[in-house]
Design a protein around this ligand. Structure first.
Ligand code: PMP
Length: 397
């Protein structure tokens, strides 16, 4: 039966890590990943998470199934974190939040839902976008378009191009927007620009799908969620948010995400939630329990929540310091043109390095970056920063 099955080429970013692992050079650095590493080069296990984990282990709980749409304490805490505890939308019961298998699961379940309710099933992605966006929406039956986003000459957002492309979309098109810390470029919209975009989406009757995978990794928990507030302010009464705790809780493998759907009324929100449950029931029936227990345990305890917020602040401040450190070192080496790295946000930077320069970094220095020039700033530390800066200065000279 399998004689005609073709081999699918491996994921290029995961392939990079395999090549990195096989590289014998002790000075090697993997900047190709999408993970936050601490100063010791490890994936942190947050203290707040550890405390909940210890309490859970001590209580030896039975392992029943969660409801199809997840742990209620988790979905409630998630809704409050995204929309703000006092949001009138929550009071009105207009937000249906479902626990999902990571942010990826939220994207796919959200795409499946929208394919049922939107007539064209067309989505527009930023150019470029996280590479899995296209695959997820295509797999759910969407036609995928893109809109201008990144301007290589400024290393920031091509805002005029973005607006022009959004204006061309048919009403009812889904527009995928990165809430903050744009992956792969690190280029984000300002608050003013968000307001502009929201106005345009409203006027053109486009459907916002906000992907929030890095809440708290740039400016702060509420600040990084401003895209949501702006949609509400603009009077957009239906939109979707896919969120993830992979980075903000450093719980990558626990697959903790959520899909939140804003509906015009509480009745519509309930109907949407029932459709989402049907979708989930036929894919994986119900989500896993452990990660959700960890996150809700932290978010519902005032002390642990304060501890987590502090740990999250330390992660984002460290990323800012690494960006500043890399820029300063490059300037010292006669490369002030890399100053834009400090203006970008989150874990990633489109460094502006060409494919050939990325190849040289890998071959000559054992520094692994994505062929597009994307580097993960959160994989730098005081031990490798100077080495990386010297290598970038050498290959870009
Ligand atoms: N969206 C974006 C923009 C991402 O960068 C990622 C993960 N790298 C995800 C969604 C998926 O998150 P998760 O790992 O929780 O599935």
């Amino acid at each position: 039966f399998f004689s005609d099955v073709e081999l699918v080429p491996g994921d290029p970013i995961l392939g990079l890590t395999e090549a990195y692992n096989a590289d014998p050079r002790p000075t090697k650095v993997n900047l190709g990943v999408g993970i936050y590493y601490d100063e010791q080069g490890r994936i942190p296990l947050l203290k707040a998470v550890q405390q909940v984990e210890q309490a859970l282990a001590a209580s030896a709980r039975p392992r029943g199934y969660l409801p199809i749409d997840g742990l209620p304490a988790y979905t409630q805490a998630t809704r409050e974190l995204l929309f703000g505890k006092d949001s009138p939308l929550l009071a009105a019961g207009r937000v249906a939040t479902t626990q999902t298998v990571g942010g990826s699961g939220a994207l796919r379940v959200g795409a499946e839902l929208l394919r049922k309710v939107l007539p064209h099933a067309t989505v527009a992605l930023s150019n470029p976008s996280w590479e899995n966006h296209r695959a997820v929406f295509t797999a759910a039956g969407f036609q995928v378009l893109d809109y201008a986003y990144f301007d290589p000459s400024t290393h920031g957002v091509d805002f005029a191009g973005m607006l022009a492309d959004l204006r061309k979309l048919q009403p009812g098109t889904v527009v995928l927007l990165h809430a903050c810390c744009h992956n792969p470029t690190g280029a984000d919209l300002t608050l003013e620009q968000w307001r502009h975009v929201a106005q345009l989406l409203k006027e053109r009757q486009l459907f916002p799908f906000i992907d929030m995978a890095y809440q708290g990794f740039d400016k702060g928990i509420a600040e990084d969620a401003q895209a949501i507030g702006v949609m509400v302010e603009a009077g957009i009464d239906t939109f979707v948010v896919a969120s993830s705790y992979s980075k903000s809780f450093s719980l990558y493998g626990e697959r903790v995400g959520a899909l939140s759907v804003v509906a015009a009324t509480a009745d519509q929100a309930r109907a949407v939630q029932s459709q989402i449950k049907r979708i989930i029931r036929t894919i994986y029936s119900s989500p896993s329990a452990h990660g959700a227990a960890l996150v809700s345990g932290v978010l519902t305890s005032p002390e642990l929540r304060a501890l987590w917020e502090d740990e999250l602040r330390q992660m984002r401040e460290r990323i800012h310091a690494l960006r500043g450190g890399l820029v300063a070192k490059l300037a010292e080496l006669g490369r002030p043109e890399f100053g834009f790295i400090s203006r970008q946000a989150g874990m990633f930077s489109y460094s502006g390095l060409s494919r050939e320069q990325v190849d040289r970094l890998r071959e000559e220095y054992g520094i692994y970056a994505v062929g597009t020039g994307r580097i993960c700033v959160a994989a730098l530390n005081q031990g490798n920063l100077e080495y990386v800066a010297r290598a970038i200065a050498a290959v870009s000279g």
